[in-house]
Design a protein around this ligand. Structure first.
Ligand SMILES: C[S@@+](CC[C@H](N)C(=O)[O-])C[C@H]1O[C@@H](n2cnc3c(N)ncnc32)[C@H](O)[C@@H]1O
Length: 255
């Protein structure tokens, strides 16, 4: 088991993946769970994030939960950090923890990533880890997500694009594979370029780096090729049980 995953995990996993879309699920979970790091902790991917940051960067983290990614960013020299989460319990706990550990400059506030309460062009970098994946848990066919899923995803992305400075960067750390995510990130609404890389040992997580204003007008976006998704058992033993439940649609498997 990854050292970042506490033994309390078993008591907070939902019985169905769609519970992740319910705000009260997260409130209840965070009232029991002190610490849980989705996917991997910051040290595993900091080498990908750091080249995009300076000590003066203003950073917005979407859906911080009880992650310690902001601690890592702060300790690496970027102190102007705002974390948001929809769960007021997560926000309350995070504020208390950061204050007690001396991270007084990190701002934490309750907010919905679908309706970001920030001015236009005010952040150098927006980052999320596993938060947008919540929107996809009941998306249906991953090749053709439900309209309600796409509506929420596009609201989030348009908000992120709006609050980024003209040369700002959005970093999305996710299970979402490029053949599913690139067409969404490359929607005509956005001026960002889209690059991706991976980290991880046998199982790879995806890190998308979207640079606002960098989209070439001549960009040759390759057509999306429909490929077979690897059978989930290939990855099962390498993932935390909850990461696994999150990655696949448990409700669909059970139906
Ligand atoms: C899978 S967890 C990821 C937590 C954290 N980013 C991490 O890496 O450990 C999803 C988080 O997103 C939050 N969340 C879900 N929907 C949200 C929304 N619409 N706006 C903001 N936060 C949301 C949840 O409360 C939860 O903290």
């Amino acid at each position: 088991m990854d050292e970042t995953h506490p033994t309390t995990t078993a008591t907070v996993e939902p019985s169905s993946a769609s519970a992740y879309l319910n705000p009260s699920y997260w409130d209840e979970r965070f009232s029991k769970e002190e610490k849980y790091e989705w996917f991997k902790e910051y040290s595993h991917f900091r080498h990908i994030i750091q080249p995009h940051l300076t000590p003066n960067s203003s950073v917005l983290e979407l859906g911080c939960g009880n992650s310690q990614m902001c601690d890592g960013l702060y300790n690496d020299g970027t102190t102007n950090i705002t974390c948001i989460d929809l769960s007021h319990v997560a926000v309350h706990n995070m504020q208390n923890r950061l204050l007690s550990q001396g991270f007084k400059d990190i701002k934490v506030m309750q907010a919905d990533m679908l309706e970001l309460p920030f001015d236009d062009e005010c952040f150098d970098l927006v980052i999320e880890k596993g938060t947008m994946d919540v929107l996809f848990v009941d998306s249906g066919d991953p090749w053709n997500p439900k309209p309600e899923t796409m509506s929420k995803v596009m609201s989030t992305l348009k908000g992120v694009h709006r609050v980024l400075k003209p040369d700002g960067i959005f970093i999305s750390i996710t299970f979402g594979q490029p053949h599913f995510r690139r067409p969404i990130f490359n929607a005509p609404d956005f001026s960002w370029s889209v690059e991706w890389t991976t980290f991880g040992e046998t199982f790879h997580y995806f890190v998308y780096v979207l640079k606002k204003g960098q989209r070439s007008s001549h960009e040759d976006i390759p057509p999306v090729k429909r490929i077979e998704v690897p059978h989930f058992n290939l990855f099962h033993e390498e993932l935390e049980s909850e990461d696994f439940a999150f990655r696949i649609n448990v409700d669909e498997l059970n139906s």
